[in-house]
Design a binder for this molecule. Sequence first.
Ligand SMILES: C[S@@+](CC[C@H](N)C(=O)[O-])C[C@H]1O[C@@H](n2cnc3c(N)ncnc32)[C@H](O)[C@@H]1O
Length: 205
Amino acid sequence: MKESIVKVLEELEAQSSLEKSRKVNIPPEDRMLTITKETGELLNMILRLKKAKNMLEVGTSVGYSTIWCAEAIAEQSGNIISIEQNPSKIRRAKANFQKAEVNDSIFIKTGNAMNILKELSRQEKYKNFFDFVLIDADKESIIEYFDLILPMVSLQGVIVTDNMLYPEKYREEMKKFSNYLKANPDLITITSEIGNGEEITIKLK
Ligand SMILES: C[S@@+](CC[C@H](N)C(=O)[O-])C[C@H]1O[C@@H](n2cnc3c(N)ncnc32)[C@H](O)[C@@H]1O
């Protein structure tokens, strides 16, 4: 892995530990709420195994997960579209992408995820387009997000959803989401205990 990427990932991991330790008082809107390092490794591995070229991310925050993915997608000269609504997090993410030297492959769409997903899904070019998707934003609309995303995923495309098990306050909602996926015969899906609980879903049809 490039030294510039390792350095930024390590800096963000240190900040994330501090954030989780509650030793510093970070206002809720500035919290990074990143995936775990283990989940970063998992995403990187899936992207490599799939030789993914086109990725969609819902919930950029300051770019920790995006950088893990950009590192792998660079192998295929691929691109990532990442959605985020918080302007100060977007500024931090862009600075991190530049420092990690991965900025060329990442396109941030600024605004509300529902509006942006609706806008993307209306465009013919995004039909069956993304071979990898990470869903990691607000949880209330997760089923609506998924329904908008699914037609944009290619056959055998992979969708990973974070926070299936932790924080516990989301567990009931995420269980409903998981059951919704399991009821769809065109998908295979598992809830893994990696990180905060990762739902790994493949679109079969
Ligand atoms: C859990 S964090 C993402 C963490 C990031 N994936 C990582 O691991 O580094 C969720 C992010 O989604 C953003 N978000 C929440 N609801 C959103 C919405 N409706 N539209 C766009 N962004 C949203 C938040 O501002 C926050 O930065």
